[in-house]
Design a protein around this ligand. Sequence first.
Ligand SMILES: *Cc1c(COP(=O)(O)O)cnc(C)c1O
Length: 496
Amino acid sequence: MKFISTRGNDTATGAQAIAQGIASDGGLFVPECFPEVSKEELERMLSMSYAERAATVLHKYLDDYDFDGLKEACEKAYAQFDEGDAAPLVKIDSSLYMLELFHGPTCAFKDLALTLLPYLLRKGCDICGVKEDVLILVATSGDTGKAALEGFKNAPGVKVMVFYPNEGVSKMQKLQMATQEGNNVCVVAVKSNFDACQSAVKEIFTSEDCKEELKKRGYILSSANSINFGRLAPQIAYYFSAYLDLVSSGQIEMGEKVNFAVPTGNFGNILAAYYAKRMGLPVGKLVCASNKNNVLTDFIRTGVYDRRREFYKTMSPSMDILISSNLERLLFELSGREPKRIALRMEKLKQEGVYEIYDEEKEALSELFYADYCGEDETVETIYEFFEEYQYPMDTHTACAMYAAANYMEKAKDHDTPMVVVSTASPYKFPQDVMYSLTGNDIKDSFKAIKHLNITTAMKVPKSLSGLRDKPVRFNIVADKDKLYAEVLKFAQPKK
Ligand SMILES: *Cc1c(COP(=O)(O)O)cnc(C)c1O
């Protein structure tokens, strides 16, 4: 399978697309076409393990990787999840399900891709004959950073550097990153928001000067953000797996449609659902849920993307984003794959902060997606009410998706199509906010909140979170947003 840039001026093999991370023209790599999965193939996948299903989906895009190698890597990656189940589906009532993607090493859905990306990247570099070490730069709104650090720690030939908004992540997320172990990692808090981190990293990626200087020092750059196709591909797999689980447990017939509701920030997770649909998975509506930063809700409802608005810090920080980079991949498809149109709009977004799509694109968009957003009060209410009714504790991000899903079902009078709400983080990652939602108690200390949350919900506490209490802080660098390249140069010392 060949990959092409959304802006028209770069092509790559799968291995190159992953090793490079972002296209040289500033666009994102997308597959030349969508590989089909037939009904017969879906039938065959029913009896497979999660790892085998994932390898099967991955190999359709990454046909320059050998299947057995992919399968072995998936088995290794997903063995790190609780009870070896990477994506369990939990039934709530007759047509409502939760797809729990938080049972990995860092308790958020990013683990599904980032436990596998080290293999995809190392193998990709081997296939391409890359001799240099790989320097991975990550901009994070909280969860990607930790998952990338954990996935790549001590990996030979790789260095990982993470930038997060100093005031824009939860206490738990900050502690997870600041205490990271490993001899090849660095964490920097940035005196700005996520969008600034992401822009600065993209800037370094596409600067010839930066690339040249780092090459002199013995490094090539790559990305562990969802702009890298290697992040996106493993995410497609869990939509397939959730569907297959519904069929194999007799909840639906093969071929019946299923809706998914996804808490959305950078549009990576929900884009993977769209890719699954394009590959032939019977997906109905995709519910795109935002928090108070509702730029995507407005876009899907009106066709105007306007980032000129106030940025809010919310209790679902991983969705506090005004520039959703993966939207570019969807726009590319909606436009009928017109790279010039995409390049113009992205330039307009950069210069003026706004662009508008054509009427036929708007129609296609609202056919595919339902969009809604969940304010802070609604987040609290949703967590509380859902626990009251079903004794099921949700994290703050998942609550946004649940809220949007309920609104969709009500408005569209669609109560019969199975709705799968994608649960992206463990409630223990945001223990204060979840505790406040459930009981009204404002607990200052994260570990006290974890303890109380455990008493209130009887849900098992992940060791990776409770164990943070005893770990020494290793990183306390704070940098201005225009000084990030200097930090990169400090970290990426020339190799002898
Ligand atoms: C990253 C993240 C999201 C947003 O996912 P995108 O792929 O960026 O849309 C939602 N919830 C949690 C918990 C996350 O970590």
